[in-house]
Design a protein around this ligand. Structure first.
Ligand SMILES: Cc1cc2nc3c(=O)[nH]c(=O)nc-3n(C[C@H](O)[C@H](O)[C@H](O)COP(=O)(O)OP(=O)(O)OC[C@H]3O[C@@H](n4cnc5c(N)ncnc54)[C@H](O)[C@@H]3O)c2cc1C
Length: 401
């Protein structure tokens, strides 16, 4: 290997970057340029499913796929990026410090739920952001069956009424009943500082969320932020208190802290501003993709959201363009004008909308079938067969959900 493209992260952005870089190198028969991917595990963790009870199928192995296409996998966690010397420092699985040199770096280290410095949040609030935290929540919920019945035991508060909070809350009546029994008076409540239910999702979707909430018995407490979380519930800024043995925090998300180590402009979520080829503005050898990139999706002023829908296409584009840069061939501008939303509404169904104005196209059972297909098939890795996997990484393939 005389030159190396190094990718940090094995999520949607990282996996597709690796495949698309290999695809272009393969087409130019440049076996002297290698692709290395650094991540804690050679697996795609399907974060969009972490609000589900059964987490066993939310992890897809990537080892066989990387072997099939020739991506070198290095197990470890990046701790420092030295852009001047083109080095990434990392901690290996056994705890040793090592470095990897790169010619082009693709930062695909994703995002995390933002936990503000609020009393009790770190000790008492669960989240559904990572596999480990989702597993902790499920273990806690299973443990509730051994506690004596009380209103607090039977109450689950989801803090945050955005996309993740809604999907989590809507799933909870069924999850709690499966654990505590159908005769128990379950309470699931969304606490949101916004004054209107589902306002971030747009008016049309909000109406559907209201209907699903009514049917499932999910209630909303609007207009006040949470000021404190403790073992027995949450305290609101307006003085109200909600007794609950389970509090799930879903408010806010921030880009991976590695973005802070790269000189460049960042947006409010910490994402790095990139050009149309996903190269970080002001950097000649660093690309950002997935949830670490603040990227324009069209000529109309829309930007990628922190979604796997965008991360998949951003990944295919970043990998292609980093490889194109080393090959000295034309890069392809990233473009993803079509945007859809498919929001899971638990046992009620789902809602599917099209466009940035979120025009509702499908609801209920029909939308749920689509959501299930997206979440269990479309966003999973391609087959671990060289030709199939490389063909799937073509950056010109539109991502439709
Ligand atoms: C509960 C939930 C529901 C969601 N629902 C949807 C949905 O319905 N639709 C949708 O489009 N999106 C949804 N999302 C958002 C979606 O999951 C993210 O936008 C997507 O995962 C971003 O992909 P990514 O590759 O940028 O980052 P990630 O998937 O977060 O992957 C990041 C990778 O980087 C690795 N990494 C992190 N730090 C380091 C480091 N220091 N060194 C090495 N490797 C590192 C991680 O281990 C991981 O492999 C949801 C997210 C959650 C949590």
């Amino acid at each position: 290997m005389t030159q190396r493209i190094l990718i940090i992260g094995a999520g949607f952005g990282g996996m597709w970057s690796a495949l698309s870089a290999m695809r272009l190198l393969d087409r130019h028969q440049r076996l002297d340029i290698g692709v290395t991917l650094l991540a804690p595990q050679a697996e795609l963790r399907v974060r969009p499913r972490f609000y589900e009870a059964d987490l066993t199928t939310t992890v897809a192995p990537l080892g066989p796929l990387f072997d099939a296409v020739g991506v070198q996998f290095v197990q470890g966690c990046a701790t420092r990026i030295d852009a001047q010397n083109r080095l990434v420092f990392y901690r290996s699985a056994s705890g040793e410090q090592s470095t990897l040199a790169y010619d082009r770096l693709i930062l695909a280290s994703g995002s995390q739920v933002a936990r503000p410095p609020l009393a009790g949040i770190d000790r008492f609030a669960f989240d559904v952001d990572s596999l480990e935290s989702a597993q902790q929540l499920e273990a806690h919920l299973q443990g509730l069956r051994h506690r004596p019945g009380s209103p607090a035991r039977n109450t689950l508060v989801v803090v945050g009424g955005g996309f993740t909070g809604i999907e989590t809350a809507m799933e909870m009546p069924a999850r709690l009943r499966a654990i505590l029994g159908h005769e128990v008076d379950i309470r699931v409540m969304v606490v949101d500082m916004a004054t209107q239910l589902g306002s971030v999702m747009g008016e049309q979707i909000a109406a559907v969320i209201a209907e699903a909430s009514d049917t499932l018995g999910v209630t909303w407490k609007l207009g006040s932020p949470v000021s404190r979380v403790d073992e027995q519930g949450v305290q609101l800024d307006n003085g109200e208190r909600i007794e609950a043995s389970t509090v799930v925090w879903t408010v806010g998300v921030k880009a991976s802290p590695l973005t802070q180590q790269i000189d460049g402009e960042r947006d409010a979520f910490g994402r790095l501003h990139v050009d149309r080829h996903l190269r970080v503005l002001g950097q000649d050898a660093i690309y950002a993709t997935g949830d670490t990139a603040y990227a324009a999706v069209d000529e109309l002023g829309n930007h990628a959201l922190m979604t796997c829908q965008h991360a998949i296409a951003l990944g295919r584009s970043a990998g292609n363009n980093a490889a194109a840069d080393l090959l000295g061939v034309q890069p392809l501008p990233y473009s993803q004008p079509k945007y859809v939303t498919c929001l899971d509404l638990g046992a009620w169904g789902a809602v599917f909308s099209e466009g940035w104005e979120r025009k509702v196209v499908l609801t209920g059972k029909e939308a749920k079938e689509l959501k299930t297909q997206i979440n269990t098939q479309w966003i999973y890795p391609p087959q671990a067969t060289r030709d199939i996997a490389l063909a799937a990484a073509d950056p010109l393939i539109p991502v439709v959900a």
